[in-house]
Design a protein around this ligand. Structure first.
Ligand code: 6PG
Length: 261
């Protein structure tokens, strides 16, 4: 099965971020060499931003042709433009401001004071249209086949803004949804759905810390995606979980490999 997950365990969050950044640089460079451009979907949260900061610090970052990289977001906290809690604001501080990206290839999700006002559902529909415009005709769902889609994993197994048993995780038709009443603040968000996430070639999930150990064990032990959204996040070619030793500490023995770096 293509979505049988691979698990890589690292000593601590910093090592995990460094290793993930090195892997991502290699993936982007290889993809650009083969196809000209590459696409990456970013995530919010400490681990996703830790990866971006490690990428900014890496000497190898100059191997990437930043002008031929498309960036998308898996989810966004629906807040005003420039709000420090917006995922795009944090990604900009960590990496985007430090590399020569092509602005038209940076596909941030709308802000709550933008063209759709405070209507997260309208913002989600607009982002779905933007994705559909970028999708090749053979991508029937209306989402590009992203090269790498990054996801942080929450202590309740949420990914992007898809929370256990919430309406967003049940969505099968739309590719992007407005999320209302999210248990993680802020309550209003915009998120890719599981079908959109599963259009990606590679899905990489990041989790570090003791508070993630139960979530990681649950998601990797055959739980259903309504109960454990992270279990429903997999790519068409590869699904890679990157963990630190604390987050991996309750994994069934056959899944936990020794620390790699
Ligand atoms: O906007 C967000 O908050 C997210 O995209 C969310 O899904 C996040 O990735 C996880 O909650 C993990 O966050 P940490 O890496 O901070 O634990």
């Amino acid at each position: 099965m293509t979505h049988t997950p691979q698990v890589a365990v690292h000593h601590d969050p910093r090592e995990m971020a460094r290793a993930a950044a090195a892997r991502l640089i290699t993936r982007i460079v290889d993809t650009q060499a083969a196809r000209g451009t590459a696409s990456v979907v970013l995530t919010g949260g400490r681990n996703g931003n830790g990866l971006l900061a490690a990428l900014a610090e890496s000497a190898a970052r100059d191997a990437v042709d930043w002008s031929r990289l498309d960036l998308w977001w898996g989810d966004e906290r629906f807040l005003p433009e420039g709000d420090p809690d917006r995922n795009v604001t944090q990604a900009t501080e960590a990496l985007l401001a430090h590399v020569p990206l092509a602005p038209e290839r940076v596909h941030a999700m709308p802000a709550s004071d933008g063209a759709y006002g405070n209507d997260a559902d309208a913002a989600a529909a607009a982002y779905a249209e933007e994705l559909a415009r970028a999708a090749a005709p053979e991508h029937h769902l209306g989402v590009p086949a992203f090269d790498v889609l990054l996801l942080g994993v929450g202590p309740d197994t949420h990914v992007a803004s898809l929370f256990p048993e919430h309406p967003g995780v049940r969505e099968t038709g739309r590719t992007v949804v407005g999320v209302h009443g999210a248990p993680k603040p802020p309550p209003t968000r915009v998120s890719l759905t599981l079908p959109a996430i599963r259009a990606a070639r590679e899905v990489w999930l990041l989790a570090a810390g003791e508070d993630k150990a139960d979530a990681v064990a649950l998601a990797l032990s055959g739980a259903g995606e309504l109960q454990a959204p992270a279990a429903g996040a997999y790519g068409t070619a590869r699904t890679l979980w990157m963990l630190d030793t604390a987050a991996a500490s309750r994994l069934p023995r056959d899944l936990a490999s020794p620390p790699t770096a």
